[in-house]
Design a protein around this ligand. Structure first.
Ligand code: AMP
Ligand code: ZN
Length: 117
């Protein structure tokens, strides 16, 4: 696996940093955000280190499709699928991406603010 030294999300995926994991399989890990912005706030990542959305290419097609499928399953398990939710990936400096390992925020459990941040 192409781990990036010091990457906190690689460490979580490897079980080498603490987290509250809600889902994992061979390629995807999902865990609760340590600073939740909504009643349900789950971070969903691929196990492989991809820096951001801009690094996604055709070779990741199956992985990214699976990630969205997993997000839908987690939304159902968390009881937010029916009322709705957001699946967000911040990218780069203007997108205010802080952790440089691609991740999707699954947010729900309340009506979310009608603004960008
Ligand atoms: P961003 O890179 O801006 O999309 O956001 C990164 C998100 O990761 C933030 O919501 C943080 O609260 C969250 N986060 C950072 N470190 C951890 C961690 N060790 N465990 C769980 N969530 C984290
Ligand atoms: Zn990483």
């Amino acid at each position: 696996m192409n781990h990036r030294a010091g990457c906190i999300f690689c460490k979580i995926a490897d079980g080498k940093a603490p987290s509250e994991i809600v889902y994992q399989d061979d390629t995807i890990v999902a865990f609760r955000d340590i600073n939740p912005g909504a009643p349900v706030h789950v971070i969903i990542i691929p196990r492989i280190h991809i820096s951001s959305l801009t690094e996604v290419t055709t070779k990741h097609r199956e992985l990214m499709g699976h990630l969205i499928e997993v997000a839908n399953e987690i939304a159902k398990a968390e009881g937010i699928a029916e009322r709705g939710y957001r699946l967000i990936a911040n990218c780069g400096q203007d997108g205010r991406q802080v952790v440089p390992h691609i991740h999707f925020h699954l947010l729900g459990g309340q009506q979310l603010p009608n603004k960008l941040d």
